[in-house]
Design a protein around this ligand. Structure first.
Ligand code: FE2
Ligand code: FE2
Length: 177
């Protein structure tokens, strides 16, 4: 993995580092699409782990703060969680498939497109505005909280999180509300 420039511990830097990691996995997947089934299985497995943990720590640590500090935080966070929930549903479908399934590459493309869109919105809107609203010390504290939360984050949409439900169950519950 390429080294990023050293940055102080800061919640936004940390989450953007996760984004770059999945960007690289997406690009690698696109290079192998339709060819090496073993490699595609491995890459999708890593995407699911990384995205599951990332969504969980954002939802537990970052998004509650955004709801509080951004004037339209509730609306923004609800929209972001809807996008997370769509990704969780696509990842759950992918967990039941192998690259030999006709729908496999299509489902991965759906996931990649949706996550790229979400990441772009987060970085250009939410993270930028959060950085303007909280100070460096708060962002450093949040970084520590995010790292601690990562230790208990589910690595799959069907793995139970700290509250005893799975990300997929939460997504389905929210959808039925
Ligand atoms: Fe997110
Ligand atoms: Fe994110």
């Amino acid at each position: 993995m390429a080294e990023e420039t050293a940055a102080p511990p800061d919640a936004i830097n940390l989450l953007e580092r996760d984004h770059r990691l999945v960007d690289r996995m997406f690009a690698e997947y696109e290079d192998t699409e339709g060819t090496d089934a073993g490699r595609r299985t491995m890459l999708v497995g890593r995407m699911i782990e990384e995205l599951s943990a990332h969504a969980d720590i954002e939802e537990r640590i970052l998004y509650p703060l955004m709801r509080d500090v951004l004037p339209d935080g509730d609306e923004q966070v609800s929209h972001a969680i809807e996008e997370h929930d769509e990704a969780k549903q696509t990842m759950a479908r992918l967990e039941d498939m192998t690259p030999s399934d006709d729908e496999f590459d299509g489902a991965v493309r759906t996931l990649i497109e949706a996550v790229r869109h979400h990441v772009e919105e987060e970085e250009s809107e939410l993270f930028t505005r959060l950085r303007e609203s909280v100070d460096a010390q708060k962002l450093a504290e949040l970084a520590a909280e995010l790292e601690a939360a990562r230790a208990t984050a589910p690595l799959s949409p069907t793995e139970e999180g700290v509250d005893g439900t799975t990300p997929l169950q939460q997504a389905q519950e929210r959808q039925s509300e």
